[in-house]
Design a protein around this ligand. Structure first.
Ligand code: MN
Length: 138
């Protein structure tokens, strides 16, 4: 067993190339083979979001704090609240981030492929896409 202590793992700024606004990343786990697990706690300041991207084995997001937004390409933007879990299918373009006026923190969980391939990144999310009307929560 190993215990990775929080004081040995400083919070990182998410890379500007793949995010809009201020986004902070706290690593949880990068599994060593045969594990393919990846988990990161991600904090989005109000208005911040990922670029469009996809995950080869999909992704699960568990919403911890605040109010977030997520959109699969071609679908309506959905609002996310603490306790919600979003399951994103493999190889599906999407983005996620904070609401315009709220902090949002989620635990992002995914697996790489057998040959180690992870997230594929595309263009940034336009303000028009980001501010589109969110779907009613049913
Ligand atoms: Mn994602």
């Amino acid at each position: 067993m190993s215990i990775m202590r929080s004081n040995e793992r400083p919070t990182k700024q998410a890379p500007e190339a793949n995010f809009t606004g201020q986004v902070l990343q706290d690593p949880v786990i990068v599994g060593t083979p045969p594990s393919r697990m990846r988990a990161t706690n991600v904090s989005f300041m109000p208005g911040a979001r990922t670029a469009w991207h996809s995950h080869p084995v999909g992704q699960t997001l568990y919403c911890v704090t605040g109010i977030g937004r997520i959109q699969l390409e071609g679908k309506q933007v959905q609002e996310l609240h603490p306790g919600d879990t979003a399951v994103i299918p493999p190889n599906t373009r999407h983005w996620h981030g904070a609401a315009p006026d709220r902090l949002f923190i989620h635990l992002a969980m995914s697996e790489v492929t057998n040959d180690g391939a992870g997230t594929e990144w595309f263009e940034e999310v336009s303000d028009d896409d980001y501010t589109a009307q969110t779907a009613p929560i049913v």
